[in-house]
Design a protein around this ligand. Structure first.
Ligand code: ATP
Ligand code: MG
Length: 204
């Protein structure tokens, strides 16, 4: 929380959108790293409703993905989870996420939308680019070894940040579960237990 010149108080809020099927330590490290870099007051994890980029595979239920996100973030006082995308019918578009979060938190917050650098290029080239850039600062996370490219976007509105090497992806976690391989330490312990309890990802 910081005082503005006009006497008001502005908060810096990170928004970490994802399918989180399942959430893993790559997501958590990325959120933590960006929060540190931008001195964020809070990071809101927003599980997507129906991800429009992933129409080709069966995605776990919204409720399972929401609950896993809650379990994984519960111990961090600066992490929270929002239902705005899972409660909105139809495919999830970033513009709706930003509009809804902005309406909930009011005008005195600066929004930082956190995503993978690959996804970022897609989001900002899709549509509503101008309004997106008005609503939030965009942070693209890259993994070491990959080159940082800012695809012709305004530098004051888009930042690329290198996140410590974590070659973890949800797809790899799902494959491992289907193959009977362990995912301990790739995801938080509670997520391993939740996946087992609900029998998720057993059928490839
Ligand atoms: P999938 O393998 O199914 O594509 P994912 O691991 O990419 O899943 P998502 O829920 O799609 O997980 O990711 C949400 C966001 O987090 C995406 O923008 C993605 O680029 C980013 N992300 C995923 N894994 C990592 C990681 N290991 N390090 C940094 N960012 C990551
Ligand atoms: Mg991905």
């Amino acid at each position: 929380v910081r005082r503005m010149k006009n006497g008001g108080i502005t908060r810096r809020l990170g928004i970490m959108g994802g399918t989180f099927d399942p959430i893993h330590h790559g997501h958590l490290v990325a959120a933590s790293e960006v929060a540190h870099h931008f001195n964020l007051d809070e990071v809101v994890f927003v599980p997507t409703g129906q991800p429009w980029q992933k129409a080709d595979r069966t995605v776990s239920s919204r409720e399972d993905r929401y609950l896993m996100t809650v379990i994984a973030t519960a111990s961090n006082p600066r992490f929270s989870v929002s239902r705005v995308d899972i409660d909105r019918p139809g495919p999830t578009y970033t513009i709706d996420t930003l509009r809804d979060i902005s309406a909930i938190y009011g005008p005195d917050v600066e929004l930082y939308f956190i995503t993978g650098a690959d996804a970022l290029a897609q989001i900002l080239s899709w549509r509503n680019t101008e309004e997106l850039l008005e609503l939030a600062h965009f942070v693209g996370c890259t993994r070491p070894g990959h080159t940082l490219r800012n695809p012709g976007l305004p530098r004051d509105k888009v930042t690329l940040i290198e996140v410590p090497a974590l070659a973890i992806s949800s797809s790899e976690c799902r494959k491992r579960v289907a193959a009977g391989e362990p995912i301990w330490y790739l995801v938080p312990d509670g997520i391993v237990q939740y996946i087992n309890k609900r029998g998720l990802y057993r059928d490839p």
